[in-house]
Write a protein that binds this ligand. Structure first.
Ligand SMILES: [Ca+2]
Ligand SMILES: [Ca+2]
Length: 214
């Protein structure tokens, strides 16, 4: 019996090991199924997002690149439509209106929309226009993220005022002369200038000024 008992033990041990191995093998198989499920090529839901932007106006036409992003890369092309709309900035005067469609190729999460900005040398307030996104396919977009305000920041200084002809001599019998003041550049604001008079000729005796006091 002793021998038989000793002979049986290895079988028992082998049986336990076999059971253990079988359980381990079973566990690996379940993990594989889970991995397979995770790697089924269906990425997390993607969201299209664009933020407000701002740029310096500059003094000539240039291109502003407005960024649009996708929160997670997708395995299908993500498409959307876009269009600009006037705010205080006016299409044709401050920027060139744009509309069209944008595509994120599979795996891509960043893209830009080019918008021509019509820079000039006219001092103006900061102005903005809007970029609206719509018809997103193969991704989602939150309603409050469907548009961005883009501000064109003024970069023009105040113009200077000067006389076109700084000094001139005229006959006492000339009658009326015109004295012209000029601005160094256009202004988007009304420009007021104070008129000061001095000299040996006296107003009322030698001349009168037929002009606004400013
Ligand atoms: Ca400018
Ligand atoms: Ca300007």
């Amino acid at each position: 019996m002793k021998n038989l008992h000793e002979m049986n033990r290895p079988w028992l041990i082998v049986g336990v090991l076999a059971g253990s191995l079988a359980m381990t093998g079973c566990g690996e198989s379940e993990d594989d199924e889970e991995n397979s499920s995770r790697g089924d090529k269906t990425p997390k839901q993607g969201y299209v997002l664009t933020l407000d932007g701002s740029l310096q106006e500059k003094d000539a036409k240039h291109i502003y690149e407005h960024r649009v992003t996708l929160s997670v890369a997708q395995n299908k092309p993500v498409t959307l439509n876009y269009e600009t709309r006037d705010g205080t900035a006016i299409a044709g005067e401050d920027y060139e209106a744009q509309s069209g469609s944008l595509t994120f190729a599979p795996g891509i999460t960043r893209s830009t929309i080019d918008i021509p900005i019509l820079g000039d040398e006219v001092r103006e307030p900061d102005e903005y226009f809007e970029l609206h996104l719509s018809d997103v396919k193969n991704a989602k977009m939150k309603p409050d993220e469907a548009k961005a305000a883009i501000t064109i920041v003024n970069d023009d200084n105040r113009p200077t005022v000067s006389f076109k002809i700084p000094q001139q001599s005229v006959s006492e019998f000339v009658g009326t002369i015109q004295v012209t003041a000029t601005l160094s550049q256009q202004s988007g604001y009304p420009v007021l200038a104070e008129l000061k008079k001095k000299g040996t000729a006296k107003e009322g005796d030698d001349y009168v000024i037929d002009a606004p006091s400013t």
